[in-house]
Design a protein around this ligand. Structure first.
Ligand SMILES: Cc1cc2nc3c(=O)[nH]c(=O)nc-3n(C[C@H](O)[C@H](O)[C@H](O)COP(=O)(O)O)c2cc1C
Length: 323
């Protein structure tokens, strides 16, 4: 059992935001599984995302890995709010939380989205609904992942921090892109430190990592929904997309490990830095076996997530991971 902010995750295994946590039936099945300790919704925007036939996912034929070109969910946040309410209301005394993954590059719009979620977090639902800001989708050409650009993430964090000031029970997390060099980790940590007020840090968790953008596979390397086209030059119509699964496992483990150490750096005695020690890490990336699940925990994740295995195996993925 793991406590993250005001939510309790038990067992510490969850699905992360993905195309297989997109509609009501998928979310209901994930919620009903005894092997998931929380359910994360696919990332939604205020108005819904225009999904075209260029978007899709393929699986590699040499390992449990995937490449996808999806942006965000076609369903708007308002639809997820209705669905989450339906799922939680259908259960007598629900205990399993839902992490609502949302995104916006506009601080004001994000504030509107948080208010919508807050209207659902009343009574017993307050400790059953958390928010995860997706700062890391690599597939949206019009907007670069804010998690890579401290100046663009700051106004969004300010909105989230204000919401937390008004309601300390609001559990807020950030979905981060995979980082590859120290300056990226330090930049994020310093930015988070700016939001510590009176030794209180508004952010409860970091989810590491999202997919690795700008990756490319050829048709003979994959199977999956887009392979039917014999003429296809690349595995995805967009050519490049976000790589996930076993192909990024080592990188995701490294991100979890690095954040774990930076958040608990005993040599840094500043009070703002110490306040960041309360941040939990949800480790995701290439968790496809019980051994990989154990590795994520060993690297420093308190909760472990999976997406590619869910796409490959369905909800049974979480039973497989439980060993
Ligand atoms: C098809 C697909 C869709 C995804 N959609 C989202 C999304 O909407 N929001 C998000 O934060 N991450 C999204 N992800 C990233 C996953 O949550 C996860 O971070 C990543 O795939 C690494 O985990 P894995 O190796 O278990 O797949 C998606 C991944 C896949 C494969």
């Amino acid at each position: 059992m793991v406590q993250i902010g005001s939510i309790t995750v038990s067992p510490p295994l969850i699905n992360t935001a993905c195309a297989w946590a997109s509609d009501l039936e998928q979310l209901k099945a994930l919620y009903a599984s005894p092997y998931t300790g929380a359910v994360t919704t696919r990332t939604s925007t205020l108005k819904g995302y225009n999904e075209t036939s260029a978007y899709g996912v393929v699986f590699t034929n040499t390992s449990t890995s995937s490449l996808n070109s999806y942006g965000y969910s076609p369903f708007p946040l308002s639809t997820y709010i209705e669905w989450v309410q339906e799922i939680l209301t259908a259960v007598n005394k629900p205990v399993k939380p839902v992490i609502m993954s949302i995104t916006s590059s506009d601080a004001e719009e994000l504030g509107q989205m948080i208010s919508m979620i807050q209207s659902l977090r009343v009574g017993p639902f307050a400790s059953l609904i958390a928010v995860e800001l997706n700062t890391s989708c690599p597939n949206v050409s019009s907007s670069s992942p804010t998690g890579y650009i401290p100046s663009s993430i700051r106004p969004l964090l300010s909105t989230l921090s204000d919401a937390h000031m008004q309601d300390k029970s609001l559990t807020i997390g950030l979905k981060l892109p995979p980082y590859t060099h120290p300056a990226q980790f330090h930049a994020l940590i310093s930015t988070l430190e700016e939001f510590v007020r009176q030794d209180q840090n508004p952010f409860a968790f970091l989810t590491c990592t999202n997919t690795l953008g700008n990756s490319l596979l050829f048709p003979d390397q994959v199977y999956g929904v887009l392979q039917n086209d014999d003429q296809a030059e690349f595995a995805l119509p967009t050519a490049t997309g976000g790589l996930a699964g076993e192909a990024i496992h080592a990188l995701s483990l490294g991100n979890v490990h690095t954040f774990r150490h930076l958040l608990h750096d005993e040599n840094n005695t500043s009070s703002s830095r110490k306040a960041l020690g309360s941040i939990s890490i949800i480790g995701v990336g290439g968790v496809t076996t019980p051994a990989a699940y154990a590795r994520m925990r060993k690297a420093g994740a308190t909760v472990v997530g999976a997406a590619t295995l869910l796409g490959k195996e369905g909800v049974k993925a979480f039973e497989i991971l439980s060993g």
